[in-house]
Every structure is written in C-alpha cells, then in structure tokens.
Ligand binder design. Sequence first.
Ligand code: ADP
Ligand code: ASP
Ligand code: MG
Length: 491
Amino acid sequence: MLRVMKFGGTSVGSVDAVRQVTQILADAYRQGDRVAAVVSAMSGVTNQLLEAAAQAAAGNDQAHTQLRQALIERHRDTATALLTDSQRQHETIAHITALADRCSRLVESVHVLGHLSRRAEDWIASFGERMAAVLVAAALNQAGIPAEPVESDQIIVTDDQFGNASPLLDVTRERAHSILVPLLERGMLPVVTGYFGATLNGAVTTLGRGGSDYSAAILGYALDADEVWIWTDVDGVMTADPRLVPEARTLPAISYAEAAELAYFGAKVIHPRTMQPAASRGIPIWIKNTFNPDHPGTRIGPETVPNGSVVKAITAIPGISVITVEGSSFLSVADVTARVFEAVAKTGANVYMIFQASSQHSLGFAVRQHEAAMVHAALTREFELDLHKGLIARISEDSQLAIVAVVGAGMKGTPGVAGRVFNTLGQAGINIVAIAQGSSELNISFVIAEHEVARAVPAIHAAFGLASVPDSTHGTGITEPVTRSAVAPGN
Ligand code: ADP
Ligand code: ASP
Ligand code: MG
C-alpha cells in the first residue's frame, strides 16, 4: 500500500501540530505502508511572503530584512522546541537560515528592480513550503523514521502559467519515478513541498493558492498511489463551512464530481483541481482531521453515495463582482457573447457564472472582485466603437456580492429543490441578484449581497435539514470498491 499524506498550514503551524503530524506519519510508516508526505507552509507564512514581495516592489527597503527575521524566528523557535538532539537542532536551523537568506535576497532584488513579476512572486512564495518540509523531516528523523525533505520543483513539472500552473503529468511521472521511487524503495519517507513545481526550464511556478492539496493528488497519480489523504483542521468535507454554520455535519462519502463542484464554489477544505488527477486513476481521497485522527473523515471517490438528502452541502464565495454588458437590438446576441468572452479570456480572469436570456440584449457574468476592474477595462476597449455608436448601451460593475451554491448529485431530476431554496431566501427577505443552474444539475448557484451570506447559508442549511443527515453510509447499500482497501483510515 502506498499512501500520499498531505498536511495543511494549521497542521504544521505550531510545535504541537508538528508533533501530531509526526505521530500520524510514524504510525502509518510503522504499519508497513510506504508513505510520501506533502506539506504546506506553516499557517500565515505564504501570506507573509507575498506581502513582503509586494512591499519591496512598492519601495519598502526594509521588507526583505524584516521577512528574513520573521521567517528565521518562527521556524527556529519551532525547531528548538521540537528537536532535542543539539546536532540535529543545529543542522536544521542552519538549513532554515540558508533558505531564509535565499528568499530574502530574492525579495531584495524585487526592491532593486522596483517591480514584482509573476515569476519572481511564485519563486518567493515557494519558500514557506521549503522551510516546513525541513522541519517535518527533522521531527520524523528524531522519531526514528528515516525521512528526507524533497523540493517539488525537482519533481512536479508544469506549464508557465505563473500563479496558477498546470502539471505536465507524463514528465512529472518520470521525475517521480527517478527521484521519489528510489527513496521509497530504500524505506525512506520523503517529505515533499506542496504548492509549487517548475517549468521544464526550471522556473518555479505555483499551482494556485491552497494548491498543496493539488500537489498531493498529482504525486498520488505520478506514483500510482493507492490512496491520497488530505489532513486538515476539520473532520472532513462538511455540509457547510463550520465557521458559518456551527451545526454542519461531516459528509462520510462524496463523489469526485461533487467534491470538485463544492470546492469550485468556495469549500476551501479542498483545492478544486485536486480531484482531476485522482479521478483519472480512480484513487480515493480521504479528508481527515489532524487534530481528531480517530474521526473517519470524508471519502471522495468515483461513486455518488446517497445520504437520504437531495442536497449535500451549501458553499459560498465572497468578494464577487457582476459585470453586465447591455446591448441594443442592432447587435446579435451571439456576436456580443462571443466578443465578451474572448476579451475576458484574454485577461485570464475566471468566470464563475454567466446569466443571459436571449430575448434580452444584456449579458452578465460573475468574476472575483479583485479582477473586475481589469475585466471592465478589457471590455471597454473591445466595445469602444460600439459604445460610441450606441450599439452597446453600457458596461457596468456591481461589487460586494457573493455566490452561494447548493450542491448535490441527488438534485438531478428531483423537482422542487430550486423552489425550496428561493422560498427560503424569500422568507428571510434576501434579495437575489442572479441565478444559474448548470445542465449537469449538480448545483444551483445564485448571487446575493456579500453581507447576506451569514444569514443565507444557515437558512438554506436548515431548510434542507442538513444538520440531521446521517453521518454514516450504513444502510445505503454502498460498499467499498473491491479493488481498493476497505479499511477505513485511522484503523
Ligand atoms: P489546510 O490549511 O489544511 O489546507 P484550509 O484552511 O485550506 O486548510 O481548509 C480548511 C478550512 O476549510 C476549514 O477550517 C473550514 O473552515 C473551511 N471550509 C469551508 N467550507 C468547508 C466545508 N464545506 N467543509 C469543511 N471545511 C470547510
Ligand atoms: N501555502 C500555500 C497557500 O497558502 C498552499 C497551501 O496551503 O495549500 O496558499
Ligand atoms: Mg488548504
């Protein structure tokens, strides 16, 4: 059995957390399984790195020295508390300091240039994971497990879409086989950095924020792993974000498609692209709580597991803007639509929802608020002449909105779900800005004011009785696929 186990920022964010991670990895290793670990940066470190890089570009000549000090202090203090052997402690701190020095020099060069390129930003952002891997490997060695930190720019090969790179899976597979497999065969436990890879030319690229989950699935694919385990700070994928809905329940099993839909529409617990490589090889993904390892967590796999509820979960994405293009009857709807989305695609902005009724000459779509000005400017350029001639009436932006999505494969062909959602919102007096339902019928999503999310999500959660859905698959007739282990994690 080969398992890839990924630990998120909170799971490696403190001395106690790293001790817990060491225990989990050591237990799995001692059971005789081959284990590859993937680690995120300590919580808050990636934000700190990006902030320092931005400050340096904006002219702050102290940003790199302040960053260096903060990085060294946080990781050194953790190493000192964690490691008892003075030689090991000394070597680990020297390694961390060398990484902080390299990172600080990069931030300094951003200041000298007065410019932060996407490429430099990704390189700088990768240092949190590099330092965390050194710490976790040292803690494992202390526990008697032969472990080694491995930097993922040696293994995960990607395209050059800095900030949101995609893996080149075949080359990555070759690298994993030449670097990680020999380590695993020697009985080592590789501790691989999450979040980043590199282009074929060696330029560091990141897989998007929260991308360490994706790294784990890419490595699971590349190593033909039996399972990928994502260890985080909640008991699994839940019926809603427990920070918004305290009575949210853990979903024992969901499909890859449902998980991707939930993640895409805001469930931060898993990166939306994680499911792609796992699904292509049918590798199950378990979501588990580092701080409550006895809880069975959530299994994400090929099959949809009915739990007696048509709706599985409610998610939300705050910080959304809706852009509306209002045309006139002189332009064809198809022509305007094609030009709008070609112009938007060139900006690289992600479009979350599209709303249009072809009888109306208006087209709306939702983007992240921080990308809205860029999108608006691109459309104004594209339609400059049409605006001037009055063929396009206006291009407008509404901000401080949120998308809420109601997700579940059981909605397919079940009438009345939309009615119940909108009735609930109506009773709560929440205005709906726009509505969309994908033809896959996996979700119904709609746009509301951002400040209404805290009322809307709990109200819909209650309307579908999600606080009382069974948290076990017993009696559903669903059994584990025969080709995979039927042993629940934690046993
Ligand atoms: P990690 O650092 O381990 O990657 P994240 O902070 O990225 O962890 O993701 C875990 C967080 O996701 C949880 O603390 C929780 O607040 C949030 N979350 C949002 N939606 C959900 C959901 N549907 N189920 C579980 N957690 C969710
Ligand atoms: N450390 C990275 C981030 O904060 C990646 C991750 O946590 O998955 O986005
Ligand atoms: Mg995460």
